[in-house]
Write a protein that binds this ligand. Structure first.
Ligand code: ATP
Ligand code: MG
Length: 379
């Protein structure tokens, strides 16, 4: 079987690695060169999009900001999973908010604005502090503004105005103005849904961010109440989208309650720990779902954490001396802040995991892994 992935980054690469043992070949459509390539070498050329669609048994995506004409061409073949509607919803915060309302899932109080009048009105009607996010083309905290005090409104509006005017998507841009949630922590759920409607969720993951980018994820399976809330939200959202494949949901935990932050219609960085910590990893389960194979168990097999490698192409090799440490490089060129790889670390108990994480974090250079050490010491 052949699966075509829209996007040729690390997520396509890890889907390819997970698919080989199943005798499934993953090819990747590079949206930059508009060619279908091998996701590992990025060098073999399998032709253009039309050829890639023809050769594929199933088509899926590794990111949500895909040109709508590309999605339409894939959908027309009847092979695209999840649907273009699901992918577009993940790429437009307006559609996402509408979906959450329709599915009846709690999220932060917000207004959608596109001009100064609506901007002023949102500031008056919502409770400060506020976070403002571009509806289209936001990722890793980009296209976001924070307003703590009304005195900042004019300056922020000027920035938003030039951001909207500089938009090149060809689609009407807007801003979601959201109340800041005083969260205790950020967690996410990765789950999978089959074409027949079966859903399976992985244990919740606790996520620590550094400068708006995911830094450490830790699988947590000791909070049954939170797990049940997240699973309910997952089922509502996945069913509302008639979703096929892996879907991720980011939440804010406030006390014992969860509020949805955003969804990602794809495999997700906060699910990379599943490669070593779950019965079936998120990449294999996504491929199984889109190829209509039985889903694999999402059970946690051992406590696991993941550390992102950002902006550097080397780590001390001695970290591999620690038992149950696995290194995953993406084979990408070095650039400041870029996701270059990740490290998974497991323990047979939580105590053993924390001890290995602590050892690992002291071996990683602080300059490349700012505040990992500090975060790990809080666990
Ligand atoms: P990523 O691609 O890394 O997930 P993103 O650009 O899609 O990020 P969000 O996840 O919406 O954007 O926001 C980035 C971070 O900003 C969140 O992980 C959270 O720490 C903070 N944040 C976003 N919205 C809120 C909110 N309403 N209240 C408090 N913090 C928020
Ligand atoms: Mg996010």
């Amino acid at each position: 079987m052949n699966v075509l992935v829209l996007g040729a980054g690390q997520l396509a690469r890890m889907m390819a690695l997970a698919s080989k043992p199943l005798n499934i070949n993953v090819r990747a459509y590079d949206v930059g060169s508009e060619r279908v390539v091998d996701p590992l070498s990025l060098s073999v050329d399998y032709g253009d999009l039309a050829q890639g669609i023809l050769d594929a048994d199933a088509i899926t995506a590794e990111f949500e900001h895909i040109a709508h004409d590309v999605l339409a061409a894939c959908e027309q073949s009847g092979k695209l999973f999840p649907s273009s509607q699901a992918i577009k919803t993940g790429g437009d915060r307006r559609l996402e908010k509408t979906l959450l309302a329709q599915a009846g899932v709690a999220n932060a109080k917000h207004k959608i604005i596109a001009n100064k009048f609506e901007f002023d009105e949102a500031i008056e009607s919502l409770t400060l502090p506020l976070i403002m996010k571009s509806a289209l083309a936001g990722y890793d905290g980009k296209g976001q503004w924070r307003l703590k005090d009304k005195s900042e409104a004019e300056a922020i509006w000027q920035e938003i105005k030039s951001f909207i005017e500089g938009d090149t998507s060809g689609r009407p841009q807007a801003i979601v103005v959201e109340q800041m949630v005083p969260f205790d922590r950020e967690v996410s759920m990765v789950g999978v849904r089959s074409k027949t409607g079966q859903t399976l969720a992985y244990p919740l993951t606790e996520n620590h961010h550094s400068k708006g980018v995911l830094s450490v994820s830790l699988a947590i399976n000791e909070h049954q109440n939170l797990q049940a809330q997240a699973t309910e939200a997952f089922d509502k959202i996945a069913n509302a989208l008639d979703y096929v494949g892996v879907l991720a949901i980011e939440f804010f935990q406030v006390g014992d309650s969860l509020l949805v932050n955003e969804i990602a219609p794809r495999v997700h960085n906060s699910g990379h720990w599943t490669q070593q910590g779950a019965d079936t990893c998120q990449f294999e389960n996504h491929i199984r779902a889109v190829c209509q194979l039985p889903l694999g168990s999402t059970e946690l097999v051992r406590p696991t954490a993941m550390i992102n490698i950002l902006g550097t192409d080397s780590v001390p090799h001695s970290i591999l001396e620690i038992p149950s440490v696995t290194l995953h490089w993406y084979g990408k060129g070095k650039r400041a802040g870029r996701k270059m790889g990740h490290i998974n670390v497991c323990g047979s108990t939580r105590t053993e995991l924390i001890s290995r994480l602590t050892q690992l974090s002291t071996m990683l250079p602080n300059a490349d892994f700012p505040d990992v050490n500090e975060y790990v010491s809080t666990l």
